[in-house]
Design a protein around this ligand. Structure first.
Ligand SMILES: [Fe+2]
Length: 418
């Protein structure tokens, strides 16, 4: 995150004496990424170091280790119907990975409940970004209180200690984890670290945690930590983890509304990079690009074809989560919550007569909403859960025979928004 912010009370000079409680020396911690070289934050604990454990760590009675079914060892595209997955459990344990690699994991969470009372979680191996398809709640962390709602991304840096409390009766979340920090696409920023005036994102439109008073409380505080490929260990802290009197820096949880991705249009069809909001790693050499397909003007060239071309990005696995069914290139296939996974070994394209039908959408504002993830030089595998909820025979969904009854004439491919 490029915006450096400061919350609460800290000494003016780093690593100097500071007392938030009279006669009790506050203790400093650096939460950093990329060794000591990436974005970091300085956190000031009122009394205790974050290392204090009062019971021996144990293996948790759950984990997030991913497995892939043998039957999926055939090159094929997948369509996972996440809308059919059950709403059950709490926001801690209900995460269900659907595609994964050692560096990237994509999961669906459909909780009915908040984290169990008094319990905390930390992802010790991957940075996280949630996309909220449905529901609202609050991310409580040592950085403060961060409300979330439908249609927002919520970035949670690796190592953040947090809990999720729902305000809605249930929620529907897409979660992407990365070993690399998840940041706005760096090429949107000038050398001073500010988003350029041509950028689709404006860094000041992020929403940051509100830091309340430090919780200076002793006791036994259970903390589940995910580590080493999805294993989970249970630690017991001797003091409440939300004990900061202040923090400053560039590594912290934040919310960004997908509707604040300000699309850049041109006269002819534009390739997805203009839809990129975030990235992880050193794109395009590793990591992934995360794109926001939000409503925007289709090409207005008098002969523009709004439907995309077939594309064969040989270095990228492409995943797409569809928030609605307005994406014309695959109309009739997609459902709300459809998750497509197109591996790098295959091209993909619109179906049947979608290109012809799309002509009616020329120069109109689309209504589709989707989140796309393209990995770079990294193959994903479908998990057992993803495989169980797949649409069978999805690989045959481009068969021309399937679309032979589609009218030749152009239709209103994507209704214009108001
Ligand atoms: Fe694609």
């Amino acid at each position: 995150m490029v915006m450096i912010i400061k919350k609460g009370n800290l000494p003016a000079t780093p690593h100097t004496e500071f007392y938030a409680i009279p006669k009790v020396l506050a203790l400093e911690e650096i939460h950093g990424s990329l060794g000591f070289n990436g974005p970091w934050s300085r956190k000031l604990h009122v009394r205790s170091y974050p290392t204090e454990q009062v019971q021996a760590p144990v293996k948790a009675d759950f984990n997030f280790v991913c497995t892939a079914p043998k039957e999926a060892d055939i090159l094929q595209p997948f369509h996972v119907l996440t809308g059919d997955m059950p709403t059950e459990g709490d926001a801690l344990q209900c995460r269900k990975p659907i595609v994964f690699s050692p560096r990237t994991v994509v999961s669906i969470l459909k909780p009915k409940k908040s984290f169990p009372e008094g319990v905390f979680f930390r992802n010790g191996e991957k940075h996280e970004i949630y996309f909220v398809q449905e529901g609202e709640g609050i991310l409580h962390s040592e950085y403060g209180t961060l409300p979330f709602r439908k249609d927002v991304y919520m970035v949670v840096p690796k190592g953040t200690t947090y809990r999720i409390d729902l305000k809605s009766k249930q929620a529907y979340l897409l979660l992407i984890e990365s070993v690399y920090p998840i940041v706005f696409a760096p090429h949107y920023f000038n050398k001073g670290g500010q988003a350029t005036l041509m950028s689709p994102v404006v860094e000041t439109e992020i929403e940051t945690p509100e830091l309340g008073k430090p919780i200076d409380k002793r006791g036994k505080f259970p903390l589940y930590v995910k580590h080493d490929g999805g294993k989970v260990s249970l630690l017991t802290l001797g003091h409440h983890p939300f004990d900061l009197c202040g923090w400053e820096g560039a590594l912290y949880p934040f919310v960004f509304d997908i509707n604040n991705h300000h699309g850049v249009a041109r006269a002819i069809h534009t390739a997805p990079p203009h839809r990129q909001t975030f990235q992880a790693g050193n794109v395009p050499n590793n990591g992934f690009s995360l794109c926001s397909f939000k409503p925007q003007m289709e090409g207005w060239h008098p002969k523009d074809i709004p439907a995309p071309y077939a594309h064969y990005n040989v270095d990228s696995d492409e995943c797409m989560f569809f928030c609605n069914t307005a994406y014309g290139a695959r109309k009739g296939i997609l459902q709300v919550g459809s998750f497509t996974f197109h591996p790098a070994g295959l091209p993909h394209s619109p179906q049947g007569k979608a290109a012809l039908q799309s002509l009616a959408a020329r120069a109109k504002v689309s209504t589709h909403l989707a989140v796309m993830l393209d990995t770079h030089f990294e193959s994903l595998s479908i998990s057992s859960v993803g495989y169980a909820y797949r649409e069978k025979d999805y690989a045959l969904s481009w068969d021309d025979a399937k679309w032979s009854d589609t009218p030749e004439k152009t239709v209103d491919w994507q209704s214009p928004s108001e």
